[in-house]
Design a protein. Structure first.
Length: 730
């Protein structure tokens, strides 16, 4: 029987775009000629729940509920309004019904419950946002009201981007999840299982693969596996993805294999290929790669295959076919600009490089393959994949989901995008490397880069050194300035509660963040509290970081998060509200003049950071040193050339006037005839569309075959003007 795989992402991840794991695996399976079908059951469940038919059922089930809050009573009373409006609202959020925004924005179309109480507070934050955006935000509040009703009256585990997450997070023991799986299916479960039944009967797979990226997907993954095992025992069931890769590395609970036949770790391509071979093989000793299974009633980990992992060039282009790409819904929940990008619009997801080229940060899982094994993809192959995906999905937006995209590869990719004249929009994660010069940022922007996010973590040079981040606050300020001035939005991941962090350092870190926003070089940020994980240097060697483990990550099921005690004894939790509230205001350009004490309801020390630290960091003298190996690229077009004669004190000489037109304006430079003609010729050679890139030394040598003193020419006014309009040094 021919192998046929059914790949799913279980509820719930994102509403606006599919999680890419199944598309990556399907793309790989295409290269080895294995038939597969994929589905994002998360969006399918949401669309069934949030429909006219779904709400009729929902209110029917909820009507027997005992005492509920006034808010749920209000929603129940307005059920006819919800049932009437739900289908048009979902179509609007799918981009199919744009005129509805006009009606939604009049604020007498949608039924309103408690979520709309935020509106007055948010008016100042959103300002005069466009009709479509305001409509999306109001429609999002409306969906969140219904979600609150579901949580209170139907299923307490419901959440738009997670389901029963509590059961998956830090579940050292399988007991609670196992017990939940032996309860009657919830209403949400029944919706999921009815869709799953239909899909299994249509696809008729021999193999069922479930990708579990997060704790919030775990419960529904087990529910789906349970149903297939019970109703189709002939189908083999396997789990892979981010959750098992980090949490299930020491799995030993046999009960897990009542639901799954296999659980694979790390990159899925080779393990899945070996599973297919093993299932179809009659050999006594079967080959497995990084796979848990049950043998003689015991959990065993098999890694006896000699098959190497596939190189990134061999894994194929992610394949989004089978997914309901036109049915994802764009929501605007919050006013954080970067979070807005995560939840609004559909993005094709790609990776520039496997792993992290830095791979040293002490809070990160650097001992695991997904970080440890670094392998970049060639820029021309990335562009090939981008073109294939645009053809397939009809979308030209790309989110590169790298741990940290390498600057040299970003440069090569940007040049390749511009050479191919592709019109794309893209964003990614970076490290705030000093390699991100003003000119590189301009190149990235020209290629379609609209945003970057990077870890500033704790804005303290002592702690950045302890984290082994490889950057300083001053360096971060300069890089964020370069991106901002190029027109690329910058989001910073911020951290508090890192081991040995003092109260003074938390306060000083907040002051650094305040100054970065006030200087206008940071547009978005988010504070995370430090968490110790088993696979990070802090988790592996806590004594080096002044912390004591309270719990070891030992259990028969999920092992990752570790409870610990910081020897400083500081309660970092109490800073959470003040840090987040201040950041919310800074993101909207207000409250920079507040004393830091005003954000906290307990006494904090005064900051030791000078109030002009960031401004001073950004002041720098012009650097006239260009490396001979630096690449010179012209982003502009061909000039119009006019000759004229200039006379002074009886002398005359021939001149040339070069007029350039860019997308916004026109400008003219003048130079003597011969140098001008050389310049026109050189600009066509170094144009971004050229196959060859020229170095500064090559251009200098070329110039000096005809003229003298290249530096005098390079640093004169005509070149200075071109530098402002797209002559860049990389």
């Amino acid at each position: 029987m021919k192998t046929k795989l059914f790949l799913i992402t279980p509820p719930f991840t994102q509403l606006n775009t599919p999680y890419p794991a199944t598309a990556y695996i399907k793309g790989f399976l295409n290269t080895i000629d294995v038939q597969s079908v994929q589905a994002d059951l998360g969006i399918e469940v949401i669309l069934k729940l949030f429909s006219k038919e779904g709400l009729v059922d929902l209110f029917q089930i909820a009507k027997d509920t005992a005492e509920v809050s006034p808010n749920s009573k209000r929603i129940m009373a307005l059920q006819e309004e919800y049932i009437k409006t739900i289908d048009p609202v979902i179509a609007f959020l799918q981009g199919k019904n744009p005129t509805l925004a006009l009606q939604i924005c009049q604020e007498d179309y949608l039924p309103e419950a408690s979520r709309f109480a935020q509106l007055e507070e948010l008016d100042w934050a959103f300002g005069t946002m466009g009709t479509q955006d305001k409509g999306k935000h109001l429609a999002t509040l409306y969906l969140e009201d219904i979600s609150d009703f579901i949580v209170e009256c139907v299923d307490p585990n419901f959440g738009f981007s997670r389901y029963a997450e509590r059961l998956g997070r830090s579940a050292n023991s399988f007991d609670e999840l196992y017990e939940a799986l032996h309860q009657e299916p919830t209403y949400i479960d029944s919706v999921l299982l009815s869709i799953l039944k239909e899909r299994i009967e249509t696809v008729e797979p021999t193999f069922f693969l479930i990708s579990v990226p997060f704790p919030g997907n775990l419960y529904s993954a087990f529910r789906a596996a349970q149903w297939v095992k019970h109703n189709h025992p002939e189908i083999k069931v396997s789990m892979g993805g981010g959750f098992p890769n980090t949490e299930l590395r020491s799995l030993s609970d046999e009960r897990v294999f009542e639901f799954f036949d296999y659980i694979t770790l790390d990159d899925g391509e080779a393990p899945i290929e070996e599973l297919i071979n093993a299932v179809n093989s009659n050999a006594i000793e079967k080959q497995y790669k990084r796979t848990f299974l049950l043998e003689e009633g015991k959990v065993v980990y098999k890694n006896n295959s000699l098959k190497p992992d596939y190189k990134q060039a061999q894994v194929g282009t992610p394949d989004y076919s089978d997914l309901v790409l036109d049915k994802y819904i764009s929501v605007i929940e919050i006013v954080n600009p970067m979070h807005r990008m995560w939840s609004d619009g559909r993005w094709n997801k790609l990776t520039m490089a496997h792993g992290c080229y830095w791979g040293k940060c002490t809070f990160c899982d650097i001992s695991l393959d997904y970080i440890k094994i670094y392998e970049p993809v060639a820029a021309n192959l990335l562009c090939d994949r981008m073109e294939e995906m645009m053809e397939q999905t009809g979308e030209n937006g790309f989110h590169f989901v790298d741990e940290a995209a390498p600057p040299a590869l970003m440069r090569a990719l940007a040049l390749e995008i511009l050479r191919r004249k592709l019109s794309v929009t893209w964003w990614t994660n970076i490290r705030f490397e000093k390699s991100f010069t003003a000119d590189l940022c301009l190149l990235l922007k020209a290629s379609g880069c609209i945003a970057v996010s990077g870890g500033l973590e704790v804005a303290s040079d002592r702690l950045l050194k302890l984290i082994d981040k490889g950057v300083t606050v001053e360096q971060v300020a300069k890089v964020t300035r370069n991106f901002t001035e190029a027109g690329v939005m910058v989001h910073a991941y911020l951290m508090y509660g890192y081991p040995t962090q003092t109260v003074q350092e938390t306060v000083d870190s907040l002051e650094m963040v305040r100054q970065l926003f006030e200087a206008g070089v940071l547009q978005s940020g988010f504070w995370h509290q430090f968490a110790m994980t088993a696979h990070s240097p802090v988790g592996l060697y806590p004594e080096k970081f002044g912390v004591v483990k309270e719990t070891e990550a030992v259990g028969t099921f999920a092992n990752n998060d570790i409870n610990y005690k910081d020897k400083t004894g500081i309660d970092h939790d109490k800073f959470s509200f003040g840090l987040k509230k201040s950041l919310f205001n800074f993101m909207h350009g207000i409250c920079f003049d507040f004393e830091l004490q005003e954000w906290f309801d307990f006494k904090i020390p005064r900051t030791t950071i000078k109030d002009d630290f960031i401004v001073n960091s950004l002041e720098e003298a012009n650097d006239f040193n260009i490396k001979p190996t630096a690449k010179i690229v012209w982003l502009g077009g061909k000039p119009a050339v006019d000759y004229f004669t200039k006379s002074k004190k009886g002398n005359s000489w021939e001149m040339v006037s070069l007029t350039f037109h860019d997308k916004k304006e026109s400008f003219t430079i003048q130079t003597n005839k011969l140098e001008g003609e050389w310049l026109v010729s050189m600009l066509s050679k170094i144009a971004v569309s050229s196959a060859k890139t020229y170095t500064f030394q090559e251009i200098k040598t070329d110039f000096e075959t005809q003229f003298e003193d290249f530096e005098l020419f390079w640093y004169a006014k005509p070149i200075h003007t071109l530098r402002e309009f797209g002559l860049i040094v990389l």
